[in-house]
Write a protein that binds this ligand. Structure first.
Ligand code: HEC
Length: 168
């Protein structure tokens, strides 16, 4: 009898310990989702299905996807017209949208273009347009160091005129 009584607190402690461990694991999992890299099997092969496309959350919250979008933004030359401080609706960071500021709407702007802007449908893959849409969407909310770090990490790398290695 005394043994059983003495055993009870241990059981409660173990249960509490399990709860703490499960809680910690959940926190860690949540922290990891913003860093998740998708290596397949299915990069998005299509444009948004509508305003409630379930892929929106991934592309507007995942720092890896956003920073890939930021890299593309420079590579493709979006910043030629949409540089920081660009005027009017060319300023993509001021929360003033002519064609809509949700990720699916931004996707449509990029894919179909705007007066004075070419459409990129067919030139870029749906995945690249999703990444760009996530990046542009996050311009107001996400800290620059989180969404730009891929581009920044490559800043010092030789390319073009500064490349001194072989060509093959
Ligand atoms: C040749 C210049 C040019 C280039 C290059 C360009 N844009 Fe644009 N973009 C514009 C103009 C002009 C508008 C329309 C502004 C307006 O409505 O007054 C626009 C509109 C947009 C809009 C809609 C803004 C709104 O208010 O709804 C988005 C989003 C956008 N561009 C993203 C991009 C992205 C991403 C790229 C690169 C893939 C890109 N643009 C490349 C000139 C350009």
């Amino acid at each position: 009898m005394p043994n059983r009584a003495a055993g009870k607190p241990d059981v409660r402690l173990a249960a509490a310990g399990r709860r703490v461990a499960v809680g910690l694991f959940a926190v860690l999992l949540a922290a990891c989702s913003v860093e998740k890299r998708d290596v397949g099997p299915s990069p998005p092969g299509s444009a948004p299905s509508g305003p409630n496309d379930p892929r929106e959350k991934h592309y507007t919250t995942n720092f890896y996807e956003m920073s890939e979008g930021g890299r593309l933004f420079r590579w493709i030359g979006c910043d030629r017209c949409h540089a920081e401080g660009a005027p009017g609706f060319r300023n993509l960071a001021d929360a003033q949208w002519r064609q809509g500021g949700s990720a699916p709407q931004i996707y449509a702007s990029i894919a179909h273009g705007a007066p004075g802007m070419p459409g990129y449908d067919g030139l870029l893959t749906p995945q690249q347009i999703w990444q760009l849409a996530g990046y542009v969407h996050g311009l107001q909310e996400v800290k620059p160091n989180m969404r730009r770090r891929n581009a920044d990490a490559q800043e010092g790398e030789p390319s073009g005129a500064t490349w001194s290695g072989g060509l093959r």
